[in-house]
Design a protein around this ligand. Sequence first.
Ligand code: ADP
Length: 162
Amino acid sequence: MSRAIYPGSFDPVTLGHLDIIKRSAEMFDELIVGVLVNTAKSPLFSLEERVNMLENVVSDIPNVRVVGFEGLLVDFARQNDIKVIVRGLRAVTDFEYELQIAQSNRKVAPDIDTVFLTTNIEYSYLSSSIVKEYASFGVDVKDFVPEHVREMLCERYEIENA
Ligand code: ADP
């Protein structure tokens, strides 16, 4: 059975992330969406909220499982018999950082590979940070995130949910 992990902060999950999830779910028997406890970032949504949010938006994709995790990605992958890490590439600016992470992961875990999916052009400008910035100023983010996430953003920023 082929099992892959798509790791990220997903703070919050965007339509760009969801596009990568749907496409990679078709490539593997099981896709784990790994929601990171990232100590370097202070998230808008707690780990539990991000996991619940993702579970809600992937509920119609049967071979996707959402898991929160802490610690080293390759350790988590090994413990869960995961051989492939999926990452999305939006632009050349993502490339250098992603290459560095993928190569160092491969150095410490040669049995695990990273595959990159290029972003759907429609979402190539999109990031969780932009979504948060817009939502915090009351911009309607319906074109950027699933409806459930839009509602959670409105609630968090105390914006009237139109
Ligand atoms: P991280 O905290 O690891 O940077 P993110 O949650 O921002 O994580 O993103 C997780 C993964 O999704 C990364 O591989 C990132 O390149 C990819 N990604 C982020 N935004 C988009 C998007 N708009 N379209 C496709 N992939 C994206």
